[in-house]
Design a protein around this ligand. Structure first.
Ligand code: DX5
Ligand code: ZN
Length: 221
């Protein structure tokens, strides 16, 4: 079954615990935590303190905390995020000249290692580390903001990545992030995704978080 990873970026931070636990009670398996530094991406978001604040919910429910680092020199903060409770740490290939070393560091510290790339970056940039990755994230918007439109060319990229992973019998998760909603979930899953990140589709709009989780689940098959 496809896993859902609501992005808390779109939640109400004054009611973060309520919002996050509503998504988890409705069946979301992971929570996606977007970390932005105002350098690699134009926006600034959150740090390890918020991961730490979600740790009780993780311990109570068994969800995974999926941390997406959109920051320069991410290796400086990996230990802090693991200590705060991150289960998966995903870094951008554009920020890691020594990507193999960074992946090794994440694993040595006890988390699962994810790698990701911007929409304009070729999958070739990941080829040499694919066998080492526990997760590969396809960005289907330019990172930095929630609420953007899904870039249609992402579907073909997901499909190509699925073929690359299958060719090496990789068990890595294939996660997709940006502009995912009930209307395109089936297309994305059909292309080969097994984890869907969704911010606005879960925490935005007028329906309840629980209704939004159910709708996305139903649409993703
Ligand atoms: C974008 C972030 C996404 C974002 C997704 O930089 O990585 O995780 O929160 O938000 P939606 O689902 O609204 O596109
Ligand atoms: Zn993200």
């Amino acid at each position: 079954m496809v896993k859902l990873a609501p992005s808390i970026l779109a939640a109400n931070f004054a009611r973060l615990e309520d919002h996050a636990s509503e998504a988890v009670s409705a069946g979301a398996e992971w929570l996606h935590i977007d970390v932005m530094d105002g350098h690699f991406v134009p926006n600034i978001s959150i740090g390890p303190l918020i991961v730490d604040a979600l740790r009780p919910l993780k311990e109570e429910t068994g969800i995974l905390l999926d941390v997406h680092l959109m920051i320069e020199k991410p290796e400086r903060y990996i230990a802090d995020f693991v200590k705060a409770g991150a289960d998966i740490i995903t870094v951008h290939v554009e920020t890691c000249p020594h990507l193999h070393r960074t992946i090794s560091l994440i694993k040595e510290l006890g988390a699962k290692a994810g790698v990701t790339l911007n929409p304009s970056t070729s999958l070739d940039a990941l080829e040499e580390v694919l066998a080492d990755a526990d997760l590969v994230l396809i960005m289907s918007v330019n990172p930095g903001f929630g609420g953007q439109k899904y870039i249609p060319a992402s579907t073909a990229k997901i499909h190509r990545l699925r073929q690359m992973l299958d060719a090496i019998a990789s068990k890595a998760f294939l996660e997709v992030d940006g502009g995912v909603y009930a209307g395109n979930a089936a297309e994305i899953v059909h292309a080969g995704a097994d984890v869907l990140v969704a911010g606005s589709a879960i925490f935005g709009g007028t329906k309840s978080v629980a209704e939004n989780v159910s709708a996305l689940r139903a649409a993703s098959g």
